[in-house]
Write a protein that binds this ligand. Structure first.
Ligand SMILES: NC(=O)c1ccc[n+]([C@@H]2O[C@H](COP(=O)([O-])OP(=O)(O)OC[C@H]3O[C@@H](n4cnc5c(N)ncnc54)[C@H](OP(=O)(O)O)[C@@H]3O)[C@@H](O)[C@H]2O)c1
Length: 261
């Protein structure tokens, strides 16, 4: 897809990956709106990048997205690209009796439910365009679970599954004008997401490099872009999954067919 003269909505566009994509796409001559919850961050984007429009909203709050739906036609009447970058990543101690359930589920509500809701609400608008694109940002932790972040990994695996299903349904319905890309970043330290692991990790990817890879993927209508170390995580998942499947197959075959096949 040609990345000029598009109208782009970026959730979580006030920081990190979302903001870097907003700046890059705006530079390339696209009209960009970013969404975030925090007013100070929105004001900072407005001050530093007056060409980028901002909207105060929460992707986990349905009412907030309904207000966005009403606001958008006057600001992006021909919206044709959505990038779901809004996300949080929190460690949770599942054995802590005081662990708040809402806190535990917030990763799911923002990362997964938020992404699904935004895609579903704006899909009819995208389908009407000559060419359109949805970019859902998952994570290398969609491939391998991060034990300290149980609901983060679960949310990102969910984003991965949902993104594939969305692409398949559009293909089945011959809506070839809407491309669906999953961006799978590895650790990127220069964001506000989580600094504990990212800053110390060998598999950390430079934010600029990630943006270049993401933009190239969008231009080439890629289905999934495994950036940097996410490729390795994908391979590791495949190897471990194969071993587990082989073990399960042996046991279940013995159970069902004790005399052999
Ligand atoms: N950085 C990494 O290592 C990494 C690796 C793999 C995947 N990712 C994924 O990449 C995406 C971007 O992460 P990042 O590293 O750029 O994080 P970031 O710097 O913390 O940016 C997150 C953005 O999402 C917004 N946001 C959070 N909750 C929101 C909500 N409920 N509604 C609307 N906006 C919300 C934040 O603004 P407010 O807080 O003001 O709302 C901020 O603009 C996330 O989905 C993350 O899971 C990141």
């Amino acid at each position: 897809m040609k990345l000029t003269n598009n109208e782009v909505l970026i959730t979580g566009g006030t920081s990190g990956i979302g903001l870097a994509l907003a700046i890059e796409l705006s530079k390339r001559g696209n009209k960009v709106v970013v969404i975030g919850r925090n007013n100070d961050r929105l004001a900072a984007v407005q001050a530093e990048h007056p060409e980028i429009l901002t909207f105060q909203g929460d992707v986990a709050d349905r009412q907030s997205l309904v207000v966005l739906q009403e606001w958008l036609p006057n600001n992006l009447p021909n919206l044709n690209i959505i990038i779901n970058s809004a996300g949080i990543m929190k460690p949770h101690n599942l054995l802590d009796p005081d662990l708040d359930l809402d806190e535990l589920l917030s990763d799911i509500h923002i990362n997964l439910v938020g992404t699904i809701t935004v895609d579903k609400l704006f899909l009819p608008q995208l389908i009407r365009q000559k060419e359109a694109m949805i970019v859902n940002i998952s994570s290398g932790l969609a491939y391998l679970s991060s034990a300290p972040h149980p609901t983060y990994s679960a949310s990102k695996a969910g984003v991965q599954m949902f993104t594939s299903a969305l692409r398949d349904q559009l293909a089945y319905a011959h809506k070839d004008n809407v491309h669906v890309m999953e961006l799978v970043p590895p650790l990127v330290a220069e964001t506000n997401l989580e600094n504990v692991t990212a800053s110390n990790s060998f598999s950390n990817m430079d934010l600029n490099d990630l943006i270049n890879v993401a933009i190239k993927g969008m231009e080439q209508n890629k289905h999934r872009v495994n950036a940097g170390a996410a490729k390795m995580l994908r391979k590791m998942r495949n190897t471990a999954a194969d071993r587990t499947e082989a073990m399960m197959a042996k046991e279940s075959l013995k159970l069902y067919f004790p005399e052999g096949l």
